[in-house]
Design a protein around this ligand. Structure first.
Ligand code: DUC
Ligand code: ZN
Ligand code: ZN
Length: 489
């Protein structure tokens, strides 16, 4: 009788902290030993010359979600999770997005009904809160947090989603009460609205004007304001999809002052540019996302922030819309930039892009790569150490990488349902070749082995990252003012 179900032999294991040669033994879906000469197993994988890394955790993706322009994403929970796992990701945390007037609980149940029978890897849900009514803040959120939905996203822009500052404070206060993480889409709504209206009035309707209407100044201002709201409430936040040096500098300044401000950037801000939105005809629509891609200076800034720790996590913000009348062109063959669904696909290429251009080109080391794509994500969202590392007791969610495999990106090699990739033509070195989810081989030799619906829902704990600093502003300090009543404790 063998000791283990599966043994990964002869590979180089890397975690967020260390890189070392070890075999990895797996039993009942978990890692049970790391070392040498561990014994026998029912099944073996020879990983000589390969890297054995924690499976990625995708902390920001939109799957089977309707956009604010009422367009359905091209990926459902099957194609979205299949695409993720081929790219070395073993857990996804997409959104359950509340529409105004809807119950959050019902929203969550609707998303479960979509995901349960389709997801091939484990999944959780963040909550998008577009309607922070008394019922939502007072009743639904506390119960949902207890049930494992321990993070929310709020928007400072988009007509149907945005919260005003008062509502943001309500959400931050609810998060503080129960220990949830708040993700913030930080862009100044009125700056976007004003610029868009003036551009359209002047006849500038092509996709390229999307980038102009979403200014760096508007992103920087909103990041600054979100940080001020977070400071007043003494409640940590994560500023998602940071695209500009200006917003990054606001975040860095706050972090330098000791505030718990976390930040995320995405492949589109490293590899795409506002220039791409100028492609011929409507082709620029394929690159329209918010915030938009910027320029070489901002790209360099994002790389700096990934290397120096300003960014905690690296996510795709996979928001997949086909380049046809079901997606980007749903409003007609020549939509104005305001009518184009915002978002780019990236769930499958997130890790290969960062590995090749980040680790391969010496911009970040392998341990930082693991931290940004798995370990920090697990810590931020309350699934560490079950997920996000390779350690005794952790789920055996593992991606085995061939660091020397070179391939040029084309959409035909991907598994999403989008029909194009904005990263076509980029030559990448280093790809995941075998992927395990809870000890099951789900991808090997370019083949999917997982069954539809074999992914499991992950109820998440509240994370250490979301606990307040207990550094109250004087106005909020119970010892000096009304703070106890104001912050509800
Ligand atoms: N912007 C968002 O805020 N969400 C989805 C995609 C995008 O571009
Ligand atoms: Zn967003
Ligand atoms: Zn998003």
């Amino acid at each position: 009788m063998s000791n283990f179900d599966l043994l990964i032999r002869n590979g180089i294991v890397a975690t967020a902290a260390d890189t070392f040669q070890a075999d990895v033994a797996i039993r009942d879906g978990r890692v049970v030993a790391l070392g040498h000469d561990l014994g026998s197993a029912d099944q073996g994988i020879d990983a000589a010359g390969k890297l054995v890394l924690p499976g990625g955790i995708e902390g920001h993706c939109h799957i089977e979600q309707i956009s604010s322009s009422r367009v359905m994403t091209a990926d459902d929970f099957y194609s979205g999770t299949v695409s993720a796992v081929f790219g070395g990701t073993t857990t996804v945390i997409p959104f359950a997005a509340q529409q105004k007037g809807d119950s959050l609980r019902q929203t969550v149940e609707d998303y479960h009904a979509c995901a349960g029978a389709k997801a091939v890897i484990d999944y959780g849900f963040h909550l998008i809160i577009s309607d922070p009514s008394e019922q939502v803040i007072g009743q639904e959120l506390p119960a949902l947090i207890k049930d494992g939905y321990t993070s929310f996203k709020v928007y400072m822009t988009y007509d149907d989603l945005r919260l005003d500052d008062y509502q943001m404070l309500e959400v931050l206060s609810a998060a503080r009460r129960d220990g949830a993480m708040v993700m913030v889409h930080a862009e100044n709504h009125d700056m976007i609205r004003w610029l868009s209206e003036k551009l359209l009035d002047a006849g500038h309707w092509l996709p390229q004007y999307h980038a102009i209407s979403h200014s760096r100044a508007g992103e920087g201002e909103a990041a600054h304001r979100a940080i001020a709201l977070s400071r007043l409430m003494d409640q940590p936040i994560l500023v998602v999809h940071v695209s500009s040096e200006e917003a990054m500098d606001e975040i860095r300044l706050a972090q330098d002052k000791g505030l718990k401000i976390f930040a995320e950037t995405c492949p589109q801000y490293l590899f795409l540019k506002a220039e791409d939105l100028k492609r011929e005809g409507m082709d620029g629509a394929m690159f329209c996302c918010s915030p938009p891609p910027r320029d070489a200076n901002d790209q360099e800034a994002m790389w700096r922030g990934l290397a120096n720790g300003t960014f905690t996590v690296f996510s795709s913000d996979h928001a997949p819309y086909r380049y046809d009348d079901s997606g980007k062109l749903a409003a007609g063959p020549q939509p104005t930039f305001k009518q184009i669904a915002n978002g780019v696909p990236g769930i499958e290429l997130r890790l290969p892009l960062l590995f090749s251009e980040g680790v391969g080109k010496g911009r970040i080391d392998l341990n930082r790569f693991v931290a940004l794509t798995a370990t920090n994500v697990a810590k931020l969202y309350g699934v560490y150490p079950q997920k996000g590392t390779i350690a005794v007791g952790s789920d055996a969610d593992i991606a085995i990488w061939d660091p020397d495999l070179e391939q040029t990106v084309e959409h035909a090699m991907l598994h999403d349902n989008v029909g194009y990739t904005p990263y076509t033509g980029i030559k990448l070195k280093g790809w995941p070749t075998t992927v395990l989810s809870r000890g099951r081989i789900v991808v090997i030799d370019n083949e999917l082995r997982a069954e539809r619906g074999s992914g499991q829902f992950l109820a998440r704990a509240v994370s250490e990252a979301s606990t307040p600093l207990n550094r109250l502003e004087p106005e909020m300090d119970p010892a000096r003012n009304f703070g106890a009543e104001l912050i509800g404790r």
